[in-house]
Design a protein around this ligand. Structure first.
Ligand code: ZN
Length: 432
């Protein structure tokens, strides 16, 4: 039985690995020396007979501010749609670029500039994505069924915010060799990997996976890689012959540190566990007739924080001073770029398809936002992707600013964000 709806889908893939010598992770680690495996942009164009939508996941650490707008525009131009019907997310690997052309322009205007990203390469990526989306729109294929599945991923994700006996928040980074920290509980995570598949009859055309953890097993060695989620994704693609896309969920406070000592062997184990989660989620998938595609966008203002170190004056002073070390100067440029960007609201798009909801959040949201989204629509299959516009940085809980830990010291937005973002989630996920 066919759905009778004019639904079509096509996939696209572009190699977005920057040239050797390009800055990685915003310029504060070793630049790219060797490519272990290519960084990819993978996406789908979806069409409901009238409108087109694009979902795209990049093997980059972050895309911030106007660079994120430019990516949405480039994909929209190619796919023949409008930018507010495009969602672009990063997987957040660390041996990968942070693209912030606004911050780069700010630091380039100084007498002693520093490299944050490769703006020329970014331009080429925009052009390649436009071409790829255009080609995809030219080979849209009918689909009539959509499958959803989920499975537990064993021994990958755990909280980065470990609570000590005295209540202090300890930091369990992505790789961790401290046996006491590793022995502490997993804490709040979402253990389930979710998969959404588009099918023509029995034939799967593309699978989208969602899981929430920081994706880096080790980094800083100049070796470009899509790291364990990207490698697992490509392994499953080879194994099944079906195009696979992976989105990182709300992983702001989630890392693999409990299960990862940063060794090469540990990366292999994480790849295997992630791939197993994908396999089991695919095996558990259940297909139903596709329904009409819905798309909602909420425009959320996320004002910059104004406490000491984050004000315009403080950031300017750090950017302009020749005695300030590189790391705080890079941060100052990134802070100032977000302060400019924050004058406009951030768009938060959600795609719905029958009982499926796919929410696209900015920055590095805490796992609580993903769990909240799921609680708000208990009758739905809610998948959440984080790391759209990376401008705000960590999207923390309000309480974390007084509790401590790492994330609230790096976020560019303040404690009021929680109520605002949860209001947006309620607006998007309210069930009629
Ligand atoms: Zn992060």
């Amino acid at each position: 039985m066919a759905s009778g709806l004019p639904l079509r889908v096509a996939t696209f893939e572009v190699d977005i690995t920057p040239p050797l010598g390009s800055p990685l992770c915003g310029g504060w680690i070793k630049p790219l020396e060797v490519v272990d495996d290519p960084l990819l942009a993978k996406g789908v164009v979806l069409e409901d007979g009238e409108r087109r939508f694009v979902l795209c996941a990049l093997d980059w650490c972050e895309v911030r501010n106007s660079a994120h707008d430019q990516l949405r525009q480039a994909l929209a131009a190619g796919a023949g749609t409008q930018a507010d019907q495009v969602a672009v997310q990063c997987l957040h690997q660390h041996n990968a670029p942070i693209v912030d052309v606004d911050a780069q322009a700010l630091i380039d205007a100084q007498p002693n500039p520093l490299p944050i990203c490769d703006a020329a390469h970014f331009k080429q990526v925009l052009e390649k994505l436009t071409v790829a989306a255009r080609e995809a729109a030219g080979r849209l294929t009918p689909f009539d069924r959509v499958a959803t599945g989920e499975a537990k991923v064993e021994q990958v994700a755990a909280t980065r915010r470990v609570k000590a006996a005295d209540g202090k928040i300890l930091v369990r980074y992505s790789s961790c060799q401290d046996p006491e920290l590793r022995a502490m509980p997993e804490g709040v995570i979402d253990p389930l990997l979710k998969t959404i598949s588009f099918l023509a009859g029995e034939k799967p055309l593309v699978r989208l996976h969602y899981y929430a953890t920081h994706p880096q097993s080790y980094y800083g060695d100049g070796r470009g890689t899509s790291d364990f989620p990207g490698i697992a994704r490509q392994n499953i693609e080879r194994e099944t012959g079906v195009f696979q896309i992976y989105f990182t969920g709300c992983a702001g406070d989630v890392t693999a540190g409990k299960y990862n000592d940063g060794s090469h062997q540990a990366r292999g184990e994480l790849i295997a566990r992630m791939a197993q989660g994908m396999r089991e989620s695919i095996a558990a998938s259940h297909a139903e007739l596709a329904e009409l595609i819905g798309w909602q966008v909420v425009r959320l203002p996320l004002p910059p924080r104004e406490d000491a170190g984050f004000t315009e004056a403080d950031a300017k002073r750090n950017l302009e001073s020749s005695s300030v070390p590189p790391q705080p100067r890079l941060n100052a440029a990134i802070t100032l770029a977000y302060r400019q960007r924050a004058q406009r609201p951030i768009e938060i798009p959600m795609l719905s398809l029958g009982k499926i909801r796919i929410v696209h959040l900015p920055g590095e949201p805490f796992i609580d936002y993903q769990l909240t989204a799921q609680r708000l629509a208990p009758g739905c299959f809610v998948a959440v992707a984080g790391y759209a516009d990376g401008g705000p940085g960590y999207v923390c809980s309000a309480a974390s600013y007084s509790e401590g830990g790492y994330e609230p010291t790096a976020s560019l937005v303040g404690p009021r964000t929680e109520m605002a973002l949860k209001g947006t989630l309620a607006e998007l996920l309210a069930e009629e």
